[in-house]
Design a protein around this ligand. Structure first.
Ligand SMILES: N[C@@H](CCC(=O)N[C@@H](CS)C(=O)NCC(=O)O)C(=O)O
Length: 227
């Protein structure tokens, strides 16, 4: 599929290893839409600078600005909301199932990862724990393992027992749930964290990563990634 070049329209504020940005890169690629990226250096704290706080007062990447003619240029934030915006704007291939129960299941799994797991392991949490509770690198690593593991094991339990699971998290079609699951794996890989007791989740992420949309979103392939 040849991508539609929408790089004049969509400006994605991003960082190479950001798992929430990864989700949007995958979705843009699956939809066959090319965006442009503006780097926000999380390691340098740019997300909490005045310029980016005007875009997202929470200081979180990604944000998306739609510069298209006649479109609102109010920044779109929260990766799950932006994923649904992209899905509504470019309906093919759909990232949500056709039935209400299926959509609820997919959104629920996606939120277990993007809302209940990922926020616990963000740089702002690390900064607070270091300053307020004296967390050093080892304590932070133990924290990451605890909360990545808690979220992923809960998702694994559902994937293993619920009949909706197929080649992907929900049947044989990539959905928001797969994008969120693979995004968590992508950042764990950066931090060299893995678990050997989540076989269904691991199998599904391997399926996702066979697809170019996921492979192209790999943090290691982004501008600014360490060589
Ligand atoms: N719930 C937000 C999370 C945004 C977020 O926390 N992004 C991380 C990068 S993946 C970030 O910018 N962290 C900056 C910080 O914690 O200081 C979303 O899904 O977009």
């Amino acid at each position: 599929m040849t991508a539609i070049d929408q790089s004049d329209r969509f400006e994605l504020f991003s960082y190479w290893r950001s798992s929430a940005t990864y989700r949007l890169r995958v979705a843009f690629h699956l939809k066959g839409v090319k965006q442009r990226e503006t780097n926000v250096d999380i390691d340098a704290g740019e997300q909490h600078g005045e310029a980016f706080r005007r875009i997202n007062p929470l200081g979180g990447i990604p944000a998306l600005i739609d510069h298209g003619p006649g479109q609102s240029t109010v920044p779109l934030t929260q990766s799950l909301a932006v994923l649904e915006f992209l899905d509504e704007t470019y309906p093919q291939p759909p990232l949500l199932p056709a039935d209400a129960h299926g959509r609820a299941r997919v959104r629920s799994i996606a939120q277990m990862l993007a809302a209940d797991t990922h926020p616990l392991v963000t740089p702002r949490v690390r900064k607070y724990l270091a300053a307020a509770a004296g967390f050093d690198a080892d304590a932070w690593r133990a924290w990451q393992i605890q909360w990545f593991g808690t979220g992923l094991r809960a998702v694994e339990a559902r994937l293993a027992r619920e009949p909706g699971t197929g080649r992907f998290c929900h049947g044989d079609q990539v959905s928001l749930a797969d994008i969120c699951l693979a995004s968590i794996f992508s950042v764990m890989r950066v931090f060299k964290i893995s678990f050997d007791d989540i076989p269904v989740a691991t199998r599904i992420v391997a399926e996702c990563e066979k697809l170019e949309a996921f492979a192209a979103a790999d943090p290691a392939r982004q501008a600014g990634a360490p060589q």
